[in-house]
Write a protein that binds this ligand. Structure first.
Ligand SMILES: [Zn+2]
Length: 142
């Protein structure tokens, strides 16, 4: 079943398809053999468009910076969200000190800023810290 396929974006850039029947195993990346744990993965501006277009599962993008306190507070919350939706949601993070193109394009005014895309389209956005239940609600509403 197509719905039973899990998707993982590896830090190397590879988008991996994993049969849901292998859910209990630790899948590894088809390109670099790294273990795919489904945790938030850093991504660069130049690679985001391709991921948004290629991903069959929703993509949540976290714009952050290392010096930003609320970003550090939000980081484990999004990691938990990624765990709960392992293989069915891709969580990526853009360091706004390194990359500003997408932040400008999405008119990010403050960080953390979180954007949810599905089928390449923006479905939801929010800036600031919120607890886990808030983000879970986004996915329920999809
Ligand atoms: Zn890889």
């Amino acid at each position: 079943m197509a719905e039973d396929t899990l998707y993982f974006r590896c830090p190397c850039g590879q988008l991996n398809r994993v049969p849901g029947t292998e859910r209990e195993r630790e899948p590894v990346c088809g390109r670099c053999a790294r273990t795919l744990d489904g945790q938030p993965v850093p991504i660069r501006d130049a690679d985001l468009q391709k991921l948004l277009q290629a991903s069959p599962v929703p993509v949540l993008v976290d714009f952050y910076a290392d010096w930003c306190g609320p970003c550090r507070q939000l980081s484990p919350v999004l990691a938990q969200l990624a765990s709960e939706h392992r293989g069915r949601l891709i969580v990526v993070k853009i360091n706004t000190d390194q990359d500003q193109d997408w932040a400008a394009r999405l008119k990010v005014q403050g960080i953390p800023a979180v954007f949810l895309f599905k089928d390449g389209e923006l479905r939801n956005q929010f800036a600031g810290y919120r607890p886990l239940a808030f983000w879970q609600g986004w996915l329920r509403d999809l």
